[in-house]
Write a protein that binds this ligand. Structure first.
Ligand code: FAD
Length: 285
């Protein structure tokens, strides 16, 4: 899995499946259910910490069969869960549709962004969603409107055995050059504040209510602290960098150390934003 995650860590998965369409996905889900095998949905692996022992069961990627994108009507876009956010943002800009510029620079897929309710610069993906399509635990497809979707901070609280297959976005008419300028300004802000180009998974901890995990970590004196080859970023304290050859265990133990120090100095219990998966990494708390 180290080749499929932005942290560049993670042992072997037993099986990787790339369903080509919804029918194949449905069959895969049913087959795995019949065999009693678990599965993990993989987007771009940009919010995942996979253990060194790897993953039992199957990993399902929608990056081959679910990358459709089209204008549904004047202001709406339909797209597949395996599409990268960069392609989506660029497509919208090219059609002078505004509202998702904030997603530029998030290195995930549409499916991963919906699952995580990805957000930046004061907006979240839920703000621009009309509906999300899913395959349920029997492989049957369903479409759910925004009013019935339980989005919250970095979370879409649906049955964890559901698979997001795509969504409909509702945007606003804009001016392409202004949209592209906004995308450039967000990119500049990211480059100034985040260790881009390093092996990270973005923010490792959620921001506690009314505060910032990065500020608490910095105040706890943890910036630049190492565990093996994992290091708390000097540029953004809520990022952990794999400086080359880190194990998932290094990252996990560094996260625990950071959380313990923050608790000691502020009394605040940080909660991981990255999804910790696979065998071998002990429970978080
Ligand atoms: C440099 C950098 C900057 C980042 N900046 C931001 C930011 O500004 N804001 C932000 O919110 N995040 C940010 N992230 C984190 C990450 O990119 C987002 O959480 C992203 O939405 C994850 O998408 P993914 O496709 O990589 O999902 P993955 O990491 O592959 O998966 C994340 C979770 O979603 C589940 N999942 C993925 N696809 C599906 C699907 N089709 N159906 C059901 N479940 C699915 C996975 O099982 C897992 O639980 C950043 C990461 C990096 C490395």
């Amino acid at each position: 899995m180290s080749g499929h995650t932005t942290f560049k860590v993670g042992g072997k998965a037993d099986l990787m499946v790339y369903p080509g369409d919804a029918e194949e996905l449905g069959k895969v889900i049913c087959m795995l259910k019949d065999e009693g095998l678990p599965f993990l949905m993989l987007g771009s692996g940009s919010n995942l910490l996979v253990s060194d022992e790897g993953l039992r069961g199957a990993v399902i990627s929608l990056k081959e069969g679910f990358r459709n994108i089209e204008i549904a009507d004047e202001l709406t876009i339909d797209c597949g869960a395996g599409l990268s956010l960069g392609v989506l943002v660029n497509f919208a800009a090219g059609h002078a549709l505004s509202g998702i510029e904030f997603l530029s620079g998030i290195p995930g897929t549409v499916g991963g962004a919906l699952w995580m309710n990805a957000g930046a610069f004061g907006s979240e993906i839920k703000d621009v969603i009309a509906s999300v399509s899913f395959a349920d635990s029997n492989g049957d497809l369903k479409n759910i409107g925004i009013n019935d979707l339980p989005f919250s901070y970095r979370k879409l609280d649906v049955d964890p055995r559901c698979v997001v297959t795509g969504c409909r976005l509702v945007l606003e008419k804009g001016d392409e050059s202004i949209i592209r300028e906004k995308i450039r300004s967000y990119a500049t802000r990211r480059a100034e504040s985040q260790p881009l180009g390093r092996a990270t998974a973005g923010s490792v901890f959620k921001n506690p209510p009314g505060d910032f995990a990065g500020r608490l970590i910095e105040d706890a004196g943890m910036k630049g602290v190492h565990m093996g080859k994992a290091k708390v970023s000097e540029k953004h304290a809520n990022f952990i960098e794999n400086t080359g050859g880190a194990s998932a265990r290094d990252i996990f133990e560094l996260m625990r150390k950071v959380a313990a120090k923050v608790f000691e100095s502020s009394g605040i219990q940080l909660e991981p934003e990255v999804k910790i998966v696979g065998e071998g990494l002990g429970p978080w708390q």
